[in-house]
Design a protein around this ligand. Sequence first.
Ligand code: PSU
Ligand code: MN
Length: 311
Amino acid sequence: MAVRSDIVVSSAVQAALAAGEPVVALESTLIAHGLPRPRNRDVAVELEQDLQRRGVTPATIAVIDGVPRIGLEEADLLRVADDPDVVKLSVRDLPAACATGRSGATTVASTALLAARAGIRLFATGGLGGVHRGAQDSFDESADLVTLAATPITVVCAGVKSILDVGATLERLETLGVTVLGYRTSTFPGFYLPHTSYDLDWRVSDPQQVADTMTAADTLGLASAIVVANPLPADQALDPVLHDRVLADALAWAAERGIRGKAVTPFLLETFHRETGGASLEVNINAVRNNVAVAADVALAWHAPGSAAAR
Ligand code: PSU
Ligand code: MN
């Protein structure tokens, strides 16, 4: 069979985009490879329902049998969550998966790319990929960073996980021209923890200021992403002592076992969930929920009557 030449946008997402209604993209690697089965399928469904309740159309993105899909029918969403043959697809993997008819979950990079192609302006995720510790030797830097440099979309995340080199990740985002906004915070959040020791240059206080930043970026003709860094409330954070202990173990084990390439992030996440007795999993899920809520608010502000997008 010939490879399909289109990206398939679900009828719900198509209708919302055509009507100028708010849409928020969701990534699927977080579901397939970031959260353990079977909890991941409940989260996948819950995130979509939460957006719908807020008056926003969800667009979970994945490649199903070689077809890139923006907005999944329930059966495909559950397949992404349940099927161990669903591979992890960053941008460079997309054409190969399409050509060979594979199914795969999209990372921040490939989700952002596909969402932007479809005209979606908002994207909610958990944590971004970034520069790994020891990258000066391994060269391990997520393709999320270079993709965001060239993809005009607003990504709401809880910062990056401390499994990464947070400082180096922020330096690369600066070099790459990616706008970073602290959402009601002046420090970069550390995913499991509300703060890191890294200050941010820009703090916004409400969804409208994010929407106004998007308008300004459009006016300026920027092709880069805007990252909205949304910290967890302090009472939802992971115990810092447990965090530091598990982090040290997880990094040591990854090195010992020679985990490399795209297996590194899922290995570290799984180790964290196991070694914190599931505590990091609850924190992770709460972070994603919070980010979905902020992305929905920004999408609503972006489409509000009188806003630039609505004109
Ligand atoms: N960070 C998280 N949770 C995740 C990921 C990153 O806290 O689930 C996933 C995202 O899909 C991200 C990807 O885009 O891992 C980055 O993988 P890599 O480092 O291989 O690019
Ligand atoms: Mn990598």
